[in-house]
Write a protein that binds this ligand. Sequence first.
Ligand code: NAP
Length: 400
Amino acid sequence: MEKIYDIIIWGASGFTGRLAVDYIYKNQNNSNLTWAVAGRNESKIKDILDGKNVPILIADSHDKESLVDLVKKTKVILTTVGPYARYGSELVEACAENGTHYCDLTGEVHWMRHMITKYQNTAKESGAKIVHTCGFDSIPSDIGVYFLQKNMRELHGVNAKQIKYRTRGFSGGASGGTVDSLMSMMEQAKKDSSILKIIANPYALNDKEKGLDGPDKMSPYFDKDFDAWVGPFIMAGINTRVVRRTNELLNNIYGDNFEYNEGSITGKGPKGLIGATTSGMVTGGMAGMAAFSPTRSILKSFLPKPGEGPSEETMENGFFEIELLGIHPTDRDKDIRVWIHGDKDPGYKSTAKMISESAMALAQDDLNVGGGFWTPASAMGDTLINRLPNAGVTFKIMDS
Ligand SMILES: NC(=O)c1ccc[n+]([C@@H]2O[C@H](COP(=O)([O-])OP(=O)(O)OC[C@H]3O[C@@H](n4cnc5c(N)ncnc54)[C@H](OP(=O)(O)O)[C@@H]3O)[C@@H](O)[C@H]2O)c1
């Protein structure tokens, strides 16, 4: 069957899906992009399109035949239908079997591990490039590290031996889809302890190589390199695994003994310590509450429901700022710092723009990789550094 479209947005009626539809609609003008939207409920999608002239296709996540029909029509599927462990496996299978490139927003590490193990060979054979984590997790981390190491090699001829990712600030909100994904992951982990083991493994997404990094730090600590207290960062358990997989996929381009960690800066002095302690308690407390069914129900009752999310104003006024420190292996005067800035809320508007640019890169750019399960940086590192400023996400070397 002929590939009629460059991109199909799957999940167009959801909170993040409709933001991706808006972004591609506004940014496709000069690119000759052919695209369509898809979902399971035509009238809901028509409402979202609000008169925009975009073809609509109908399929259901659990109807494999309808998914195969869908993926055969397009070069790339951009999917926002999550929780992915619940709704995503048949779509990955259909893409891997039919040579259709794929990008998503999953943060479900155990599910990615399962998909890689199950469909890696099929995707390699068909030529399908499958790229998970194309949103706030984990593009700023993955492309930020790729960018820093590229600059370190160009400036000093070596890799940083260690990179520290620190959130400086962000503002936004959570959607029902994200809440549902977190709850469903904890629910599954409670039933199946092998999932907890995967989530806890710092190298869960690596196929062979292990390295020097240990478990993510959950307690507060003072980081002299930032002259500030640092608490856990809620996305670290996803992002660090993705960055480590990138290193493996690119044949240890960051070095055999590369170390990477993430944390949230909470400030100096007693206030910083209290902030770091609280952030640890909130991160651990949320995960703990989500793991048990009575407390999970309480959490669900006051968090947004699927389809709901932050207001337009919250997203427009949102932002994120992240600092990366790359430590030179022998001379600390040659350390490099990278500043990452996003001009909208991290979880939704910025995320929708990042996944849209990823889908356009998969559809239109010359990528130097064949079929298989890639990370954003290993599949699209250089092209995303160029594209992401369109999405309001910038990477800059900081003055020393
Ligand atoms: N990584 C990141 O940075 C990041 C950021 C944001 C979101 N996310 C993830 O993205 C996912 C979506 O979040 P969201 O807030 O946009 O969720 P949402 O608003 O609940 O949207 C979910 C979408 O899935 C569709 N869907 C559900 N069941 C389906 C089925 N059986 N067949 C076809 N479509 C089906 C829904 O269609 P209907 O409208 O017909 O129900 C809807 O379009 C979540 O997994 C979330 O965790 C990740």
